[in-house]
Design a protein around this ligand. Structure first.
Ligand code: NDP
Length: 330
């Protein structure tokens, strides 16, 4: 079957400007961290990716690490790109990351020039594209001079293999430092990928969001649903096939009585607003102007439809925000 993108795809999700750059991103971006390896049916993966694009989700986030096994998610995305999305490559913002360990070799981890540029080469082959739009250093590497990592990111752009650069999981001080070095090299930091949700408010508290404003980069939030914990799915049981049942990244042990009570309270706040908890949680991260996009995962097309409706509701009142504050995790 040949794919043709939905004509009304740009009428669905709003776009937001990434920091002080010229790049717009959809309010919802799609990540291929889980269920895009060899563990899930390729036909379903393809259906979800194409549905996301039909919803106006033009940004797809990947990493050398995503699978299982490592690199498999990029390979799978590459198949969809080659078969279905190639005519739309100019309308897609692809990202990938390097730096988190993908093997025992010292060249398959960290922030060295060797690791970072080799990883990018390999990712481009897996994705079947000449360039990615955003290339990230996945996590800080305190054992490598920041100048070396900066040099590798700048080279990626100068070689035409990346259009923009980003970082992920850096604390505010090192973020500011790398932003300054990148700016001096003429390749401004586009974006920071950080974990942020009602259940993890560190970017608000540690100053990362303020650094974003000062240094002019955007923030793309990962795990805004706390991997599914900020939905109503775990209130009663752990459903068959859910991440808490089958992923090593989300332990069923976190679903205890404290979790259930707290989440039930948040679920009530959402219900009073006529939305689901998932929708409330996504709207909540996007309330911050520093946040460019909420980076979501999905294991079905239905989840995508449901989640991208999150901005169809009125803004939060001060009372609602205070209530959410009370039941969130600080
Ligand atoms: P989310 O917090 O959005 O969790 C998504 C998962 O929640 C889905 O895969 C699904 O899991 C479940 N879910 C989603 N919607 C619903 C719904 N409406 N009802 C019930 N369950 C739902 O984000 P992720 O943790 O998946 O992270 C998103 C992306 O962020 C990743 O793909 C990756 O690109 C990026 N990321 C980056 C990291 C970094 O270090 N830079 C680290 C982690 C993620 P299921 O149905 O399987 O239970």
């Amino acid at each position: 079957r040949t794919y043709t993108a939905a004509e009304d795809r740009y009428e669905k999700v709003p776009y937001r400007r990434t920091g002080a750059s010229g790049l717009d991103l959809p309010a919802f971006s799609f990540g291929l961290w889980q269920k895009f390896g060899t563990d899930y049916a390729f036909a379903t993966q393809r259906e979800i990716i194409l549905h996301a694009f039909d919803l106006g989700i033009t940004h797809f986030d990947n990493a050398d690490r995503y699978g299982p096994p490592h690199r498999a998610a990029q390979h799978n995305f590459g198949r969809v790109l080659a078969k279905d999305l190639a005519p739309y490559r100019d309308e897609i913002v692809l990202s990938t990351k390097a730096g988190n360990a993908i093997g025992p070799s010292p060249y398959l981890r960290g922030g060295s020039r060797k690791s970072i540029l080799n990883s990018l080469e390999h990712s481009l082959r897996d994705l079947g594209t000449d360039y990615v739009d955003i290339f990230y250093h996945h996590s800080p590497d305190l054992d490598t001079p920041l100048e070396e990592t900066v040099g590798a990111l700048v080279s990626a752009v100068q070689q035409g293999k990346a259009l923009y650069v980003g970082i992920s999981n850096y604390l505010p001080d090192r973020t500011h430092e790398i932003a300054e070095q990148l700016r001096a090299a003429g390749v401004p930091l586009l974006i920071h990928q950080a974990r942020y949700s009602i259940y993890d408010r560190r970017p608000e508290q540690n100053g990362l969001l303020d650094t974003a404003t000062q240094d002019g980069f955007g923030v793309i939030v990962y795990s805004p649903l706390a991997q599914g914990l900020l939905t109503d799915k775990y209130l009663e049981t752990i459903p068959e096939g859910a991440r808490a049942q089958n992923s090593t990244f989300l332990s069923p042990d976190v679903i205890d009585e404290t979790y259930r009570q707290r989440t039930a309270e948040l679920n009530k706040i959402a219900a009073a607003r006529g939305q689901s908890l998932a929708q409330l949680a996504l709207q909540w991260v996007l309330r911050r102007p520093e946040v460019t996009s909420a980076l979501i995962g999905a294991s079905s097309v239905a989840q995508l439809d449901h989640n991208t409706a999150a901005l169809d509701f009125p803004d939060f009142t001060a009372e609602e925000l205070a209530l959410i504050e009370e039941h969130g995790v600080h």
